[in-house]
Design a protein around this ligand. Sequence first.
Ligand code: ADP
Ligand code: MG
Length: 733
Amino acid sequence: MHRTRLQAINSIRKKGDFSSGNENAPKVSEAFGELIFSHSRMRASLTGERLIAFEKALAGEKPLTEDVAKVLAVEIKNWAVKNGATHFTHWFQPLTGLTAEKHDSFVGFDEKGEMVEGFSASQLIQSEPDASSFPSGGTRSTFEARGYTAWDISSPVFIREHAGERILCVPSVFVSYTGHSLDTKTGLMRSMSKLSQSATEFLAEIGENTKKVVTTVGVEQEYFLVDKNFVDLRPDLLLTGRTLIGRDMPKGQQLEDHYFGAIPTRVQAFMARAERELYRLGVPVKTRHNEVAPGQYEMAPVFENANLASDHNMLTMEVLRKTAKQDGMECLFHEKPFSGVNGSGKHNNWSMATAEGDNLLNPGKTPAQNLRFLAVLSCVLKAVNKHQVALRASIASHGNDHRLGANEAPPAIISVFMGDTLNKILSFIEKGGDLTQMSAEQSMIDFGFNTLPMLPKDNTDRNRTSPFAFTGNKFEFRAVGSSQAISYPVTILNAAVSEAFSEFTTKLREAKKTSISTESAVLQVTKEFVLESKAIRFEGDGYSQEWRDEAKKLGLKELLTTSDALAEFSKPEHHKFLIECGVYSEEEFGTILNVQLERYSKHISIEAETMKTLLRQYVLPAALEHQVSLAKGLKCVESVGGDTSLLRPQRESLKEVSEQINGAYMRLEELKALQLKAVKVEETGDLLALATLFSKEVRPAMEKLRDHCDVLESRVSDDLWPLPKYREMLFIR
Ligand code: ADP
Ligand code: MG
């Protein structure tokens, strides 16, 4: 074995005992939320008029008043300083898909010139980071670089610990001087409010009154853990988060023994420590387990309002990353860190609830509620069918391109899985059947009038191949990538469903004029929606070629790469609903699309550059040394004389290695030529053409180059191979 790999393994082996250190920690219920200034804490700091004003602001009815902000700023500062915070920052989510912050200390001076900790209402509510350093898709030049972050009071402020320092973080939206959104949170909040509005109107029209409808989300976060000693030896993992080369292992997931298996001690300690911190930050982590691939794990919280769930997922990723580092590991969120091994996703469990907490995707307790349930389902089906391109585009990224359609992840064709029971009911509706006549066995959901209606929770079969599946009382948008901020896909989904609700309401008003009852009118529109979106429903194997053929016939889009998806999405017919419903302005949409294209090309460009480094500084030196040693050996043995035909296998090996080296050199030249071509295209400013070049030419060229590297890895002597191998990174911890 190469000495650097051996050193890495030896230092991992020395690590010994692992413990979470939580033995004497307080009960979770006591520690939960201790690092947040919760809404109840805020309420407790306010009285009378101020409390009323605060509740209005929280409900999104009125902006937060200066008067209330003043009181809160003092209370929050006192709490933060008491808890050891020295600095504060507005914590926001620019279009990079990450979070951003800029720390300010609480340092201030009183009238006597004495230093005191200060934090004003305006510092709490607003700050002004330089927007020019954040991606804006070329829509904003540096001279008008002013950007504002503004506190989103629906997400409580929190204290984050980092390197022993404590920082007060104020969750914020990020907008330009002209009010143009520059982040992923503003759109999400707008989409939630649009959805609330249209869903409330829809409910009123079917005879149910509620004040608002909240989007709920619970995210299952998948990730890989790899020891830092290995990562440090791999420029590709360090710079791109995935292995650009690497031969897959003989023992992968064939044995299927990792999924739900016992969690390794070191990982268990890591998870417990990360969860501890997340609890203190008010993130309700619920489940943890091993995932399908070796070295892969998953964590999921209890669902929350989508905005909070989105902030909490960003925090979860931060805490997992940080804790892993402290534990000498790297937490990989890339969608496909290891070729030939299961990739990572982020299942977005999504639903909607009324102000009273009634889940709209729960089959109800009364026949009327079941009718409501079906009507809501029909709206979601219609939305996903109509806006499949937008949904596909919302999850498009350089990482997810490796995962979608890769035969172990959701396919690149958007479809909806309903499960057997519901599918039967929907087919029944399509045919115009009378639901009250449907037998209990047929439906399992009762539309009759006496018996207790219910849909057994677990009757929803699992279909891992579906990108969008109904799972009993929520939909699971499974095609979302593991590294992605959820805010964008949830925004698109909300906007699509919101539009469907509005259409339903309009149609229902019409239908009511000629129907004998509201119920029959609701059923009539439901039927229309179900029929209209029939193509999007698919219960079978999403990986099969038959489905791809069938989907094509049905007119569904198979958008294999990010550039395909974004090219489609850039057509007004596929995105104008976002502008019409007011989630984005035309200009904001342009910004988002451009940033997405730009980031895609940049990431692949970095990968291509890193690949060259790997080849020149790691693979070729090892392969050439191996080649020389084979040649020397051959020459030496030949010089002794005797039957040289016996040396044929050695000659063949040498020939094979030489061919692979030669192939690698040729591919390297091709890659370099493509990089030059990319520079030319970039100069034209055509972002889509550039992204297309990267996906259709650069990526395939990198794959071809990789093939040579991977063959060489399996031929070159293990002593000479400096890059940690898959079996080491995935099995040694
Ligand atoms: P599974 O692996 O079976 O899909 P998990 O328990 O790992 O399920 O994750 C399910 C996720 O769905 C959890 O985060 C859970 O809180 C969330 N969830 C449950 N009900 C709802 C709902 N009504 N709206 C949004 N998310 C929900
Ligand atoms: Mg799931």
